[in-house]
Design a binder for this molecule. Sequence first.
Ligand SMILES: Cc1cc2nc3c(=O)[nH]c(=O)nc-3n(C[C@H](O)[C@H](O)[C@H](O)COP(=O)(O)OP(=O)(O)OC[C@H]3O[C@@H](n4cnc5c(N)ncnc54)[C@H](O)[C@@H]3O)c2cc1C
Length: 454
Amino acid sequence: MKACPEAQRRVGIIGGGVAGLAAAYRLCQRGFQVHLLEAGPTLGGLVGTFEIGGGRIEQFYHHIFSTDTTIAALIQELGLADRLVWHESKVGIFYDGRIYDFVTPLDLLRFTPISLIDRLRLGLVGLYLRRQKEWRRYESITAREWIIKYAGRRNYDVVWGPLLRGKFGQRADDISMAWFWSKIHLRFASRKGGPLQKEQLGYLMSSFGLLVDVLGERIRQMGGTLETSRPVQRVVVENGRAVALEVGGPKGQKVPCDAIIAAVPNQVFLRLTPSLPEAYAAKLRGVQYQWALCLVLALKRSLSPIYWMNISDRSIPFLALIEHTNFIDRSHYGGLHVAYLSNYLDEASPLLQMEIDELCRLYFPHLGRINPAFSPEWVADRWLFRGPYAQPIIATHYSDAIPEPRTPIEGLYLANMTQIYPEDRGQNYSIRLGEQVAALAASDLERAGTAVYH
Ligand SMILES: Cc1cc2nc3c(=O)[nH]c(=O)nc-3n(C[C@H](O)[C@H](O)[C@H](O)COP(=O)(O)OP(=O)(O)OC[C@H]3O[C@@H](n4cnc5c(N)ncnc54)[C@H](O)[C@@H]3O)c2cc1C
């Protein structure tokens, strides 16, 4: 073994989602040689994009909150600050055949499906949670149990239960109160003028795919290697240390590395690294994920004035209706209205097996319940996107379930959504995690002061 400067040390990165890209970017800045391998044909992972009416848009709806400071700082650093816009959010609930606005405390007071006493209780419980700072005290109870106990059964069934279902589908009842606390706490915190002020949501014009592109460009400019359509097949481990990546695709290849960051879901990581010690592997297996299923419609007419509509009606087969063009003007998409019909599903759900025509036949009659004027003729185009490993299930005592970023194999690190807690997973935290794990790998390499292992 001989000492070597950073420039000769190579860090291999598996996965070109925002976590892998953020790690690659920071390591290049620190002078390391970076080689990132992405299985898909493009970079971005869950932030993949496509085009509607000449405008670029996410396959899965994306916005950021004002508390998402890491991504905002990165956008600024990359010279994209003028592309980041902030608009008031328009949130609603569809319940019992009606759309209710659900943005301000006044909207809550007007929400007649629950009694006045329950509305007041909901408001007070929201304010109470906002003031709580210590999430650990909520770790051992599910959000469902806590909400029913303190806000009441009706508030769970009509208001907060549907919000949880909108994120976790059939697994909503299993979700930890610590996760729910963080969601409420951060959503209130994002209203800088206090709870009476409307919430602002951020969007990167030309889509968050622009951030992915610019990150990729900067990494390449700093000498990093980024390859797409290059799935990693195996992490090569020798004498308890990760030493190379075995790559698939027509070229095949072994990429020697001094450290490796896996920015892929747990199940993929397990498959690539069969030699992981059992205790760590069991942790990885222990976290379950939901799939995301999004039907995207380009429409000639708008479905409603709401941007984000939680569906509080179990007979409707999707969980949320997100009309993107009630947030970002439709002129950016050739004048078309864009709506996402969103679901989070267990892997075995029959909805995941449906082709787009079948899913439209299932969903469209329900759009007529939300807007009675709706006709399938409004649909100018449609797309269907499925995302495996889209949402980890955050159960009680989740802090015990989180896999350590520094794995038991020397030189091998993990950065994925299962490690984001108690906050809701999102680009901001994936970028923060990518940066943190990059710093960890870099400091380990620098401290070892070692060794070219290849
Ligand atoms: C429906 C939905 C809505 C969302 N809404 C928002 C939102 O409004 N705001 C927000 O900030 N965030 C949102 N998110 C979350 C955000 O998209 C994620 O937090 C973030 O994209 C995760 O990035 P990642 O890099 O950790 O993972 P991923 O994006 O999953 O990246 C992992 C990458 O690894 C690659 N890979 C897998 N196997 C291999 C292999 N063998 N070799 C090489 N590469 C491999 C994959 O192809 C993928 O590109 C949403 C997500 C979903 C699903």
